[in-house]
Design a protein around this ligand. Sequence first.
Ligand code: PGA
Length: 257
Amino acid sequence: MRKPLVAGNWKMHGSHATNAALVGGIATGLARDAQLAAHCDVAIFPTFVHLESVAALAAATPIALGAQDCCAEHGPGAYTGEVAASSLQELGCRYVLVGHSERRALYGESDELVARKFLAAQAAGLVPVLCVGETLAERDRDETHAVVARQLGAVLERAGVAALARAVVAYEPVWAIGTGRTATPEQAQDVHAFVRGRIAALDGNIAGSVRLLYGGSVKASNALELCSMPDVDGGLVGGASLNAEEFVAIVAAAARK
Ligand code: PGA
């Protein structure tokens, strides 16, 4: 059995005041029904500068902490502006996103760099959440599987399939991120089954246990139908994770899996 995971990617949002209110609201929502955290892992991904204060706010709650990125180099070293995975681990992070489409598109991160970040994260004891997904143009050209296979393959090649036992994969079609346009449950399932199949070709046990999250305009209103798909093990949630009630409702939907 794969326990679902709902991960809130706060992107470049939040202040000390709004974070305190948001963590408080999520914690209160989760405390209302013990079944939620029992049946679904919950994690939030604030900005780097807020990690330490959010870690303190979330300390006595079932909410785990993640970072949105990490350096591909194993620190310490002369990498101005970068943050080492080991520092994130020290701050209390359990997870780190690698290869989010915004990093790939806006900051030119290559498959190779993402794979190195994946390795650096695991070397520091973090669970990387590897983000993959096609653009609208790629989907229109019928390249979705090829793109996802390439992005996943870059990591499998360098890290080996065994590394997937300590990782999460998030399928996020770029055209669905922040657009309000969600993949249909069938579209999500198709790519998730494809990803699991690629992993299964190398190791059936790992394929059966690795969690595959869907991301891209996940909301309380669509979370249940997305999570009801056999290969969707939760969600990577952006915009809707900034509203405690909405986020907890997504957790409740995933917990019903
Ligand atoms: P969204 O973002 O839920 O706002 O579409 C998802 C993500 O980028 O992880």
